[in-house]
Design a protein around this ligand. Structure first.
Ligand code: SAH
Ligand code: SF4
Ligand code: F3S
Length: 464
């Protein structure tokens, strides 16, 4: 585009009906947050600016999650509220469009339109790059569009081409490096909603990281449904692994911290374990879900490793980085899980000692093999097991945090706290840390000493 046509394009964008606003509400995982940011970038190039609330928006996009039934059902109650809001807006003479994106859109497609006719259009996680086209069709008066193909085009490259980057970004940023999953755990919808594993080329990732750092990011978390399975084209044309990509990113001036999530135990290779010892910018935190502690259940889940394999792996990771914070995901009440098998999960948790974890009741998902298994566990049994597991995990999180009392480390200030003058930051171990922040600003790295340790957060004072 020449300077002249670019200027005209920008004028056109800004002279559209009173600069429209978009609100994206993200449910589910960090990938949905990242995708939501990409939607805003793409729409910025079309003259939209971000709204702070649905009430201010001309377009509301629900970026949905299908992982558990509760997550998926939330979308419909949200749609009900939006319809009421839109009716009110129409009475005031201002319209509002409603779109549904993300994994529920992918899984349910057309069927969503029948259940919630208020939806103007639907697009899946692999069709975000189609958003500009969808907006054109909306502006032309079309409704009920559904884009849920897995197109052959490179979503990320197309998005980069179409987007207009934001003027500034927060000190912590997400960067998707991998998408999709080929593992097919028997409980999980992700391989169906996100499609097959895809790794972005290193050059594209580095370019995006440079842009984020230039706009203020100090810490970048690489994202992927199976991020440690990343094996992309390297800068030298060879296939790189994640450790090699992290090594390259660590060379970037201004980028101070690196993280990655979510990893699968079977893709934790030696290089990646060594990176925790060798890569100084890689933070000592690893989210490594195991789901369950019983070998029979792990097999039925198609996780393809045993409890012992996992525990040995954790040992090797701790040998590389002794202070690493280990985090996990757990599912209780998978079909056929007995009390003794659940006790194996508790035993594994006691052995590993988690710094942090997420735990869920098993939720049967349409189209997944486990949903068809005939030995489903009653809800009250799941609830009771979950509360026992969560009590143990809470205890471990509290114990992990307590060990930090009196310790010093560098804190990245990321936001304002609840109290006047208070700032909140991120520790290397991903703990939230509150500090009296007078004289300091978001985005700074400060040296702190821990004065308080709660279950979910630490308190500290700035020492330098
Ligand atoms: N790719 C990641 C996790 C993706 S989903 C991994 O393999 O670990 C995030 C978490 O949701 C999973 O780790 C699992 O603990 C949970 N989850 C997935 N499907 C579920 C289901 N049907 N019911 C309950 N929890 C589920
Ligand atoms: Fe789902 Fe398993 Fe893939 Fe994780 S590894 S996204 S749990 S299928
Ligand atoms: Fe949910 Fe899809 Fe992420 S189902 S957890 S939004 S990959």
């Amino acid at each position: 585009m020449s300077m002249q046509t670019q200027r005209i394009a920008e004028q056109n964008a800004s002279s559209r009906p009173a600069a429209r606003k978009v609100f994206v509400k993200a449910f589910g995982c960090q990938m949905n947050v990242y995708d939501g940011e990409r939607m805003v970038d793409v729409l910025r190039a079309r003259g939209f600016s971000p709204a702070n609330a649905p009430e201010e928006a001309d377009l509301v996009i629900l970026n949905t999650c299908h992982i558990r039934e509760k997550a998926a059902e939330k979308v419909y109650s949200e749609l009900g509220r939006l319809r009421v809001l839109r009716d009110r807006r129409r009475e005031e003479g201002r319209d509002m469009a409603i779109a549904v994106a993300g994994c529920v859109a992918q899984a349910e497609g057309e069927a969503m339109l029948r259940r919630a006719p208020a939806i103007d259009f639907i697009f899946g996680p692999q069709s975000i790059q189609r958003l500009p086209e969808l907006i054109d069709r909306l502006d032309a008066g079309e409704r009920g569009m559904v884009e849920t193909d897995f197109p052959a085009e490179d979503k990320f490259a197309k998005l980069e081409q179409e987007s207009k980057a934001p003027p500034a970004v927060p000190p912590t940023a997400f960067l998707a490096v991998q998408e999709g999953c080929d593992k097919f755990c028997t409980f999980c919808v992700v391989p169906y909603t996100r499609g097959a594993e895809y790794s972005r080329p290193a050059a594209d990732i580095i370019r995006e990281a440079e842009r984020l750092v230039a706009k203020g990011a100090k810490e970048i978390t690489l994202l992927g449904q199976n991020v440690n399975a990343w094996h992309g084209e390297g800068l030298d044309g060879e296939t790189w692994n994640l450790a090699r990509l992290l090594e390259e990113l660590a060379r970037m001036d201004g980028l101070q911290r690196l993280r990655f999530t979510t990893s699968h135990p079977n893709d934790m290779d030696d290089d990646l374990i060594a990176a925790f010892a060798e890569n100084e910018k890689l933070m000592p935190y690893l989210h490594l879900p195991v789901q369950a502690g019983s070998d029979r259940i792990l097999k039925a889940m198609n996780r393809r490793h045993t409890a012992e394999d996992y525990i040995r792996l954790i040992g090797r990771i701790r040998a590389a980085r002794e202070d690493i914070a280990i985090s996990g995901d757990f599912i209780v009440g998978f079909p056929g899980e007995t009390e003794a098998e659940f006790a194996d999960t508790l035993a594994l948790v006691r052995e590993v000692q988690y710094a942090h974890a997420y735990s869920f009741r098993y939720s049967p998902r349409p189209g997944t093999p486990a949903a068809e298994m005939d030995n489903q566990v009653p809800e009250e049994v799941k609830a009771e097991r979950l509360s026992r597991l969560q009590a143990l995990l809470a205890e471990q999180q509290q114990a992990f945090n307590r060990r930090f009392l009196g310790r010093r480390f560098s804190l990245l200030l990321t936001g304002t706290g609840r109290h006047e003058g208070q700032l909140v930051g991120r520790s290397p171990w991903l703990q939230a840390v509150h500090v009296p922040g007078a004289g300091h600003a978001i985005g700074e790295m400060v040296e702190v000493e821990v004065t308080k340790a709660g279950r979910n957060a630490l308190g500290a004072r700035i020492v330098a």
